[in-house]
Write a protein that binds this ligand. Structure first.
Ligand code: KG4
Ligand code: ZN
Length: 369
C-alpha cells in the first residue's frame, strides 16, 4: 500500500554490506556486497578488511538497491541503519553513510539493533509478527533466544551462548576438517550423507542444574576436535560425513530443544529462527518436527533473509516509522555492544531530524548544486 512507510535500510555490522528497501512489510529491494572471500584465507572475518570493503561497496550498493526498488531517494520516509551490535569499525561505515543520506535528503534517521532486525525480517516473508514471538537467532556472531512482545520496543533476552556462537562452532569444526570457510554450508551438505548417530558428541548445558536457555558450544568443539585428532594419530581415516552429521546433530538438538522449551514455559505459540545458521537444513527439519509436536507455529525466513542483509534493517525501520517511534539523533553513534533490550536508539528530539526546512535548504545549496 502506498501509504505504508518506505524505508531504506543499511547493514554493515560484519562482512556483508547490505542495503534493502521496504514498504511496510513488503520487500522492494535487497542489494548485497560481501567481503567473505577476502576473509576466507584467514578463517574468520578480519575487522579492518571488512571496514574497507564496506567503504568501497556502500554507495554503489545503495544506488543498486534504489534502482532495484524503482524508487527515488526523495520518496523515502526514513533511513534505518544497524547501530549495533557488531564490529565497531564496520558499523561506523554504515552509520556514517546513513546519516549522510538521511541528512542530505531531509529524512529521519533510525539507528536499529541488529538482533531485532534479524527477527523483524520475517515480516517480509510471512507477514506481521505475532506478539509475542519467541526468536532463536543463530549465526557466526550470535546465538540468542529472545522473547519479543513488541519488536520495536520490548525485546527480552531468555538465553545466549556462554562461549562460542553456533555458527562459529560450524566454522571451527570445518577448519579442523579442512573444509574451508564459512563452514556451515559444507558441513550441512556432507552431513546429509552421514550418520547423525555415529558418534555421541556432548550436548552442552543440558544437565538438570544448567541454565535452561543458555548455550555452550566450546565443549562440543573440543570434543569433536579431540575425536578427529585421535583418529588421525592412530593413522585411521576420519569419517568426515559421520563427524559432520554427528556434530551438527549435537548443535541442532540443543538449539531446538531449548527454543521449544522456552516457548512452552512462556506460553508462546510462535517460534522464529533467524541468522545464518537458520539456513541449516537439519535445524529446519528438527525444529519443524519438535514445534509440530508442541503445537508451536514455526517461522523461518528463506536463507537469503536469514543471513545478514539490508532488508532486515529496512523492515525494522519501517516498523519504527509505522509505530511512530522516535527517530535517532544526528550524533547517533555505532555501539559495538548495543544491548538486545534496545531495539532502536531513540533520539532526544532536540534540534534535528524533523528540522526539514533547514535540511532541504542545505541539500539544495551544498549538495546538489
Ligand atoms: O548471519 P550470518 O551471515 O553472519 C553472521 O555471523 O552474523 O551467518 C554466518 C554463519 C557462519 O558461521 C556460517 O558458517 C553459518 O552462518 N551458516 C551455516 C549454514 N549456512 C551458513 N551454519 C550451518 N548450516 C548452514 N547451512
Ligand atoms: Zn547477524
Amino acid at each position: 500500500m502506498a501509504d505504508e512507510p518506505l524505508v531504506l535500510g543499511i547493514e554493515t555490522s560484519c562482512d556483508e554490506t547490505g542495503v534493502g528497501v521496504v514498504r511496510g512489510t513488503t520487500l522492494l529491494a535487497d542489494a548485497i556486497a560481501s567481503s567473505v572471500d577476502e576473509h576466507a584465507r584467514f578463517g574468520g572475518v578480519v575487522p579492518e578488511v571488512a571496514s574497507r570493503a564496506h567503504l568501497e561497496a556502500m554507495v554503489p550498493t545503495i544506488e543498486r538497491a534504489l534502482k532495484q526498488a524503482g524508487v527515488a531517494a526523495s520518496d523515502l520516509d526514513g533511513v534505518a541503519v544497524t547501530a549495533g551490535p557488531g564490529l565497531a569499525g564496520a558499523l561506523l561505515v554504515g552509520v556514517s553513510a546513513a546519516k549522510a543520506y538521511a541528512y542530505a535528503l531531509g529524512k529521519p534517521l533510525y539507528g536499529v539493533n541488529h538482533l531485532a532486525s534479524h527477527i523483524c525480517v520475517d515480516q517480509l516473508e510471512h507477514g506481521p509478527l505475532p506478539e509475542p514471538t519467541m526468536a532463536l537467532l543463530v549465526s557466526g556472531g550470535h546465538s540468542s533466544l529472545l522473547l519479543a512482545p513488541d519488536i520495536t520496543n520490548d525485546v527480552r533476552p531468555m538465553g545466549a551462548t556462554i562461549d562460542d556462537a553456533a555458527g562459529e562452532a560450524f566454522d571451527k569444526i570445518a577448519r579442523v576438517l579442512d573444509l574451508g570457510f564459512p563452514g556451515g554450508p559444507v558441513i550441512d551438505r556432507l552431513a546429509r550423507e552421514g550418520d547423525p548417530k555415529a558418534i555421541a558428541f556432548p550436548r552442552g548445558l543440558t544437565g538438570p542444574r544448567d541454565a535452561a536457555y543458555d548455550f555452550s558450544f566450546s565443549g562440543l568443539k573440543t570434543s569433536v576436535a579431540r575425536w578427529i585428532e585421535a583418529k588421525r594419530s592412530a593413522g585411521e581415516e576420519v569419517p568426515v560425513r559421520d563427524v559432520a552429521a554427528s556434530f551438527q546433530e549435537a548443535v541442532v538438538d540443543v538449539l531446538t530443544r531449548k527454543a521449544v522449551r522456552a516457548c512452552k514455559d512462556e506460553g508462546v505459540d510462535h517460534l522464529m529462527i533467524g541468522g545464518g545458521v537458520a539456513a541449516n537444513s537439519r535445524l529446519r527439519a528438527l525444529a519443524q518436527e519438535r514445534c509440530e509436536r508442541a503445537g508451536i507455529r514455526l517461522r523461518v525466513p528463506r536463507p537469503g533473509l536469514c543471513t545478514d542483509n539490508g532488508a532486515m534493517v529496512a523492515a525494522l525501520g519501517a516498523e519504527m516509522v509505522a509505530r511512530g517511534r522516535a527517530a535517532s539523533d544526528w550524533d547517533l553513534s555505532a555501539d559495538s555492544s548495543l544491548p538486545v533490550t534496545e531495539p532502536h536508539v531513540p533520539g532526544t528530539g532536540h534540534g534535528h531530524p524533523h528540522d526539514h526546512d533547514h535540511v532541504h535548504e542545505m541539500s539544495k545549496d551544498n549538495l546538489y548544486s
